[in-house]
Design a protein around this ligand. Sequence first.
Ligand code: FES
Length: 357
Amino acid sequence: MAEHFHALRVSEIVPETDDALSIRFDVPPELADAFRFKAGQHLTLKADIGAEEVRRNYSLCVAPGDGEIKVTVKRIAGGVFSNWVAETLRAGDMIDVMTPHGSFTTTFDVGAVRRYVAIAGGSGITPIMSLIRTALNEEPKSRFTLFYGNRDSQSVIFLEALAELKDRYMGRLELFHFLAEEEGEVELFNGMLDAARCGEAVDRLVVDPTSIDAWFICGPGPMMDAAEAVLVERGIASERIHIERFTAGRPSAGHAAQIAALQEGAAGQTISVTLDGRTRRIDFDGRSILDSALAAGIAAPFACKAGVCATCRAKVMSGKVEMTVQYGLTDEEIADGYVLTCQSVPAADGVAVDYDA
Ligand code: FES
C-alpha cells in the first residue's frame, strides 16, 4: 500500500552537535506495524510553516531492533524546515509523519558473514548509522568499515555513539574520520573525502574491495559522485554500490527538451491512477503524473518532488512513461516497472499507474 501520514507525538529532541539534532517519536501500539522500517530508510515530516505546507525527508538513525523511531535533522542555513524544527518543535508536540520508505538498505541475515563499507559525509551518516547498528546487531559474524568525512571534530554527528559501537562490538567496526579543517598525524585523514583521498583510502584500508558485499555512500553530492567513481574504477559491481541522494543533478539539455515536448504533447491525455485500492481516470495536466493526481484531488504521496526520495513511487501497469530524473529508484525497481511520479510524463496513450503495487 502507499505510504500515509500519521500524527505522532515528539517524545524527545536530542541535541547531537551545534547544528544537528535528533527527533524521537512516540509510536502508539496501533501504529507499530505501519512504522516498522528497514535499516537506512527515511521518514517524511510535514508541517505548516508560515502559510505553506512544507515536507522534508529525514533518515532514521536507529536500527529496526532498537525499539524506537528517531530521525536526525541537520540545520541548514536558510533551510525552512530544519530551522523550524530547531527553533519551534518541542517534546510533546504533534507532527505529521509518513510511514517509513526508501531503498537505501540491504537484507541482513543472522548467519551471514559479510563485509560492509560505508563512505559518509556530514549528516549523510544518519542512514549509515542505522545500517551499522543493524549489521553489528543482527549479523554477529559481519564486519563494517566506515570512512566518515567532516569539517572538524566539533561537527561530527554521532562521534561518541560510533566510538561506543566500536568498543561494544570489538573488532567488528573500523572507524576512519577524515577532517577537512583539522590537522592530525596521518596525512591521509587530513582533508576532504574527494576522489583522490577516497581512492587512496580504499586502496590502503580495504582489503580486496571487489569482495566487499555492500558499499553504502551518503553525503554531499560531489563527495558521493567522487566515491562512486572511485568504486566503479576499481571494478566494483554496481549492484553492490548503494547511494542515498538528497538532491538531484540536472538532466541534460537534450533530455530536458525531450521531456518538455512530451509534457506538451500529453497535456489533456487521460491517465489512470490507483491509490488505496481506488482507481480514477484523470487528465494529465502538462507537468507530471504526481502533479496531475494532486490537482485532481488524489492524496498521492510525495516529499521532495525532485526525483530523489522515491516517496512518490508507483508502478506503471500499462502504457509508457518517461522520467526527467530517477535517482530515487534502484535499477531493480526500474526493471520492475516502478517510476517516480513526480518526474513522470506519459510517453504513449493509455498510461495507468498504481501507487499500491
Ligand atoms: S517526491 Fe521525491 S522522488 Fe518524487
